[in-house]
Design a binder for this molecule. Sequence first.
Ligand code: IZC
Ligand code: ZN
Length: 411
Amino acid sequence: MKTLIKNIGVLVTPTGNAAKAGEEQSKLYVLHDAYVSLEDGKIVEIGTGMPDNADMAEEVIDACGKLVTPGLVDSHTHLVFGGWREHELALKRRGVPYLEILAQGGGILSTVKMTRRATEEELADKAENVLKEMLALGVTTCEAKSGYGLDTDTELKQLRAIRELSKRQPVELVPTYLGAHAVPTEYKENREAYLQLMEDLLPQIAEEGLAEFCDVFCETGVFTPEESKRILLAAQRYGLRSKIHSDEIDAIGGTEVAGEIRAVSAEHLIAINASGIDALANGGTVAVLLPATSFYLNKPYAPARALVEAGVPVALASDFNPGSCPGFNLQLVMNLGCWKSGLSPEEVLTAVTLNAAAACGRADRIGSVEVGKQADLVIWDAPNLEYIFYRFGENLANTVIKKGKIQYLKG
Ligand code: IZC
Ligand code: ZN
């Protein structure tokens, strides 16, 4: 099927097949009065005015002079979980720290109880509703972590729910195994046995193809850098590439581990220091920053400018989860990236497209509007890139195209 998107006011996209760092992160390809031709789910031609073979198109989408960008990639979410945690609101408003709520058996551990009780079907149905709304906001690819099972059956149940969702709905999912998200209550006195249990699950996850990445929550009172390294290296032996939650609250060395083991991404980084920044620059690791979590936890914002200046590629993601970020609006994350993290609109666009695709191991296939890449695009209710940073709080996505097909059209 041949599709023509005509009358594009301005096409704005990063280019290339790998993450962009330093000054490169702000360099975008800009084409006014453009068209894009799609065929069999891929981008086949880009130009100005109208193509010579315009009458060959079976479907014509009129962009009506609007802005077009790549589809957005949300590279860090805890998409699949049971229940919510609104009962923690009063505690949070009183200033009880996130890690203290967890240490008291709440936080992640309360979501674990609700996730264990839910069926795979219930988990998938709930996440499907979220994905539908994410898609309407322009998100065409979404990373999704396990980590609310903390036992063999429930971790597998979460990963199978993600696999089921990949078949049922159009947002492309990137599954990540996060068995080392917290030590469950029943293993509190026996961390070693818990780590072993999570390691023992790796062969089955690999055999069933249930995850592409392994992630660990490396934080004070959760997992140490040594434990994180052990799990991530074990997962690498089964073909799972590495991600790490590090420096969210304290800089305890997780980011240095990320660089050392050449993790694909290190995520959060609110408390990152100079040695962490060096480690990421040397490891070729993408820094995935989560400014909506800073907003929600009343924390500082990760030092995005220092990372860009050190030559570390920066991505921005939602961190959607029921505790520290119960919202998934990546457009709001883009605003925060601009207004609170100090990135320019150009840097932010790269951060939620090409660099986010790199954090998901997909920069060769998605993350930019270029001939040969998958046809994932957003037509915005905006005349230019600046406009989507100038406005906030409304959904400015007008048309969302995944693999060449319109999957969302504003009503
Ligand atoms: O459920 O609190 N930070 N993991 C690490 C989370 C936030 C998710 C949660
Ligand atoms: Zn997270």
